[in-house]
Design a protein around this ligand. Structure first.
Ligand code: GDP
Length: 194
């Protein structure tokens, strides 16, 4: 897959704005500030394809990026405390509607901050994915922030924390030093080819 040719296509704030489902879709999901924009930029070798934001929770749109033969789909980051109940409901309807509208979803990449236990929202998302038919992997973000001993400890803890999704691949990922980028690209290419 030519990740370097990725281009922004559109931002959907409402279900009717979703583009027609044609190419295979690769979906990125995670709480705001987990490093989702940075991961997408790293995969595509771009500085500002997806916006890296220091004011999390502002964009509640599903953003589509087109590459030859596939779409990258950036779900709005969840779990931002300052968002109103109404906005949270709108977000939930948008995500649920997206997943349940029969699109060609080839792979979901669920991002979890490697340094911390998953949040209730993370676990909810993982439960949803585990009970769905979607293929998914977990990217453990900001791996560069852990020293070797901390990392070893976290990996053991994560094993326990995510025990309900046995058999799902974890990929430690750093948008700073590029760890995991090649592996995530491989998972994506494999999923799109099948
Ligand atoms: P998003 O809200 O999930 O799209 O997260 P962003 O990509 O905007 O990143 C949120 C913050 O985390 C920014 O300050 C990034 O610079 C930082 N960040 C993202 N990924 C990494 C990483 O792999 N390593 C480190 N050290 N910082 C990261």
């Amino acid at each position: 897959l030519r990740f370097d040719l990725a281009q922004f296509e559109l931002a959907a704030a409402m279900l009717p704005q979703l583009p027609p489902s044609s190419d295979a879709e690769i979906v990125f999901s995670g709480r705001s500030n987990v490093g989702k924009s940075s991961l997408i930029n790293k995969l595509c070798n771009r500085k500002a394809l997806a916006r890296v934001s220091n004011t999390p929770g502002k964009t509640a749109t599903i953003n589509f990026y087109q590459l030859p033969g596939a779409h990258l789909v950036d779900l709005p980051g969840y779990g931002y405390a300052k968002v109103s109940q109404g906005e949270k409901r709108r977000w939930a309807n948008l995500i649920e509607g997206y997943f349940e509208s029969g699109r060609r979803i080839a792979l979901v990449i669920q991002l979890i901050d490697m340094r911390h236990p998953p949040t209730a929202d993370d676990l909810g998302m993982l439960q949803y994915l585990a009970h769905s038919d979607f293929r998914f992997i977990v990217a453990l973000t900001k791996s560069d922030k852990l020293k070797p001993m901390q990392r070893k400890k976290r990996m053991e803890e994560i094993e326990q924390e995510l025990s309900m999704i046995e058999g799902v691949a974890y990929v430690p990922f750093s948008s700073l030093n590029g760890e995991g980028a090649a592996e995530v690209r491989d998972w994506i290419s494999k999923a799109v080819e099948e």
